[in-house]
Design a protein around this ligand. Structure first.
Ligand code: HEM
Length: 494
């Protein structure tokens, strides 16, 4: 054998041995982490995750290792918190220490820790405070968020009426209506349901979401070192996000050209005004990059989550016409048919409130939550979690925790009703997560769910030709998000 080939072979062998040694060393040097299955070099705990059954696999591991355990995504340890009490002990009782965002390799390359969902430290604090205040006060423009949702609900009703009781898959129209609310908040304007540019943008969002939730996306999040070099749909995400960014940049330019600082119309105007106010502050995080990426993230966060919940809800009501009938009775009693529902009505409608809570609990649209990361070395239940370790506080295990919900795997509005039929809160109801990183759009999302559901049911009875079983309404729990199975229905005018 040629001496150079032999030297190259020996070198390659040495490098591989060093790589394997360093991987194992990294894994096992971290003592006192919570228990978990023994990882393999390079692929970590991948063999413990069944194909297409990420959430179920995590649940099975909980049965074996308890409500806190460690998995390895490649060589990276990840701590899983499974069960409401454990999530509470971490995210509430030690909230500050668990408040960093963990890695999401599918999108991290694009966002590079900018925008409020994916940032940490001072950047996150400034952006979060600003977003919460802007969404809450909505001091911009003349109309409140409630009025914007009411207006969109009426557009939706007109569109559904125009379908003349035909049978169709509601996905597109629901996504359009919901994302029009976030458009109205962010851009100050809605898009017509047949605007082709809007449809194209929504399709791109949907494609990114689908790839993130697919096996490709999950593998990318778990073993980025390998998947970064393997061709596949996950490699498309950057390009798709770039297309969305072009659209958002255009919109920001339009706002800049017509900005009147004394009359902000939307989130972008408020951000531009803040940028201007803070231009002398070298520590300010109000810059164009954070503006563009925050808007992109708000769009993402506010569209797929709510539209999936509404689609799950309609499917559940088709399976349970008796529940739909009781909802209509309450709507008829409190609102009647002469005016649009308003948020004030909610406190007088305990049954509707309970059903919407149960739809959110049961459909569990983000079962894994978003990853967190430890701000410093933390002690939790006697284990040590080193600074910078990724943590998944699973929402699935809290929302189906048998200690808190009598029939966790059954759709049952009784979970949120007391013996007198009044609305009853449950502390384990955390579809928006909990603690310092709790969803910044919780208030907006709750308003949308109440107003869209009540306006639809006030105007239509739902029917389908499909014969639905309990299995059909059960979410698939495959991974990052729970999207309902495709179905068709018709909206019959009342
Ligand atoms: C049914 C609807 C929704 C659900 C179930 C939901 C759920 C979640 C969850 C689980 C998180 C992660 C929390 C954590 O890291 O612990 C989150 C974060 C977030 N959500 Fe929502 N969300 C919904 C709607 C919305 C809407 C409408 C908006 C837009 C205004 C929004 C904006 C955000 C933002 C900005 C964050 C990041 C918070 C941070 O990192 O500090 N969400 N959401």
């Amino acid at each position: 054998m040629d001496i150079t080939v032999l030297t190259a072979l020996i070198l390659a062998l040495l490098v591989s041995c060093m790589f394997i040694y360093s991987t194992w060393d990294k894994m096992y040097r971290r003592r006192n982490l919570p228990p978990g299955p023994t990882p393999l070099p390079i692929i970590g705990s991948l063999l413990h995750i069944k194909h297409g059954e990420l959430v179920k696999s995590l649940n099975q591991l909980r049965d074996k290792y308890g409500s806190i355990y460690t998995l390895y995504f490649g060589s990276r340890p990840v701590v899983i918190l499974a069960g409401y009490q454990m999530v509470k002990d971490a995210l509430i009782d030690q909230g500050d220490h668990f408040s960093n965002r963990g890695q999401m390799p599918t999108v991290d390359r694009f966002f590079q820790a900018h925008g409020m969902i994916l940032s940490n430290g001072e950047r996150w604090k400034q952006l979060r405070r600003f977003t919460l205040i802007t969404l809450r006060n909505f001091g911009m423009g003349k109309r409140s968020i409630e009025e914007r949702i009411q207006e969109e609900s009426q557009f939706l009703i007109e569109e559904l009426k125009s379908r003349k009781q035909s049978t169709f898959n509601p996905t597109n129209i629901v996504v359009q209506a919901v994302s029009n609310v976030i458009c109205s908040v962010v851009f100050g304007d809605r898009f017509d349901y047949n605007n082709l540019q809007f449809l194209k943008i929504l399709n791109i969002f949907n494609e990114v979401f689908q790839i993130m939730s697919s096996t490709w996306g999950q593998l990318h999040d778990m073993i980025p070192e390998i998947m970064n070099h393997i061709p596949g749909p996950h490699q498309k995400i950057n390009k798709l996000l770039q297309e969305l960014l072009v659209f958002i940049t255009e919109r920001v330019k339009m706002n800049q050209e017509t900005l009147n600082p004394s009359n902000p119309r939307d989130f972008i105007d408020c951000f531009l005004i803040k940028m201007n106010q803070e231009k002398q502050n070298p520590k300010s995080e109000f810059n164009t990059r954070n503006l563009l990426l925050s808007v992109l993230q708000l769009f993402f966060a506010g569209t797929e989550t709510i539209s999936s919940t509404i689609r799950h809800g309609l499917l559940i009501l088709l399976r349970h016409p008796e529940i739909e009938a009781k909802l209509y009775q309450e709507i008829n009693r409190v609102i009647g048919d002469n005016r649009s529902p308003s948020i004030e009505d909610r406190s007088k409608m305990p049954y509707t409130d309970a059903v919407i809570h149960e739809i959110q609990r049961f459909s569990d649209v983000l079962p894994m939550n978003l990853p967190h990361s430890s701000v410093k070395d933390i002690t939790l239940h006697g284990y040590t979690i080193p600074k910078g370790t990724d943590i998944y506080p699973l929402l699935y295990c809290a929302l189906r925790d048998p200690e808190y919900f009598k029939t966790p795997n059954k759709f049952n509005p009784g979970h949120f009703l007391d013996e007198n039929g009044g609305f009853k809160k449950d502390e384990a109801f955390i579809p928006f997560s909990t603690g310092k990183r709790i969803c910044a759009g919780e208030g907006l999302a709750k308003m949308e769910l109440f107003l869209f559901f009540t306006t639809i049911l006030q105007n239509f009875k739902l029917t389908t030709r499909m014969h639905l079983t309990d299995e059909d309404i059960n979410p698939k729990m495959t991974g990052f998000s729970n999207v309902p199975r495709p179905y068709k229905l018709s909206f019959v005018s009342r």
